[in-house]
Design a protein around this ligand. Structure first.
Ligand code: NAD
Length: 243
């Protein structure tokens, strides 16, 4: 297992009050980081932050003004930012291709795609001031493969995998890495009813701790612009893109 010492470093996790995000917050704190827990769920963020002596910041990360303000607040409080995990996300929740609920679709794109762009744009100047840094994005296996049960979720996760690859290559010369995590099904609230339907043989159910383990590996070893498949136990394999 690869390890990394984050002592003295500051990390920001969006969606940090939820299943995967909360496990990552605990892992980053265990590795020595001071962790900022960002979430639309204020109480949850405060509870998770309190357990690791971190800082909770409530707000809707899909609002373009929120993450720039959070990054400014983090820098003013702690003087630095080193690790950013853009993890907040919601399910598509729309079956079928042609039955479009436009407001749900805009919300889905806002959280799963826009918040990632706003987070990267807000974080990069702060990471640059530290001479480099690490950005991790929670994408999904639906960012690499088709999930016919949820085409719009598939759309958003393909978008962030492409963005991570391109932004990662663009930022690599500055010592800033961007990595996309592509887990299959993870046992969290987001999985919801789909938990009953998934094919456990093809897709073993992952735990939030598996993803935290993968984050640790990616922080220790991750290069720029790569996507990572995650297996039970947090074993992490770089996805081989063709071209
Ligand atoms: P979860 O619902 O347990 O946690 C998501 C967290 O994001 C919640 O705390 C929620 O309050 C927060 N959030 C939602 N909208 C937000 C917003 N606008 N601003 C700030 N915070 C917001 O779900 P999870 O499974 O832990 O999901 C985390 C990430 O993992 C998501 O990006 C999801 O798409 C991805 N993912 C999940 C699975 C799975 O099977 N659970 C698989 C692959 C990828």
């Amino acid at each position: 297992m690869s390890t990394v010492d984050l002592t003295g470093q500051v990390a920001l996790v969006t969606g940090g009050a939820g299943g995967i995000g909360a496990a990552v917050v605990r892992r980053l704190a265990k590795l020595g980081a001071r962790v900022v827990v960002q979430d639309v769920d204020r109480e949850g963020a405060e509870r998770v932050a309190a357990a690791v002596d971190g800082l909770a910041v409530a707000g809707d990360a899909s609002d373009p003004s929120v993450l720039p303000a959070v990054v400014a607040h983090v820098e003013s409080q702690f003087g630095r930012l080193d690790v950013v995990h853009l993890n907040a996300g919601i399910g598509g929740g729309q079956r079928g291709v042609d039955a479009l609920d436009v407001s749900r679709y805009r919300k889905l794109v806002g959280v799963n795609v826009d918040h990632v762009v706003y987070g990267v744009c807000a974080a990069v100047p702060a990471l640059r001031r530290q001479g480099g840094g690490k950005i991790v994005i929670t994408a999904s296996l639906a960012g690499l493969a088709a999930m016919p049960a949820d085409p719009l979720y598939t759309l958003t996760k393909h978008a962030v995998v492409g963005y991570a690859r391109a932004a990662g290559r663009a930022l690599e010369p500055e010592g800033i890495t961007v990595s996309a995590l592509c887990p299959g099904f993870v046992d969290t609230l987001l999985l919801g009813a789909a938990k009953e339907e998934f094919d456990a043989v093809s897709f073993p159910l992952l735990t939030p701790d598996d993803i935290a383990e993968a984050v640790q590996t990616v922080l220790a070893e991750g290069g720029a612009g790569e996507a990572w498949i995650i297996q039970p136990g947090g074993r992490t394999t770089a996805y081989q893109f063709r071209g």
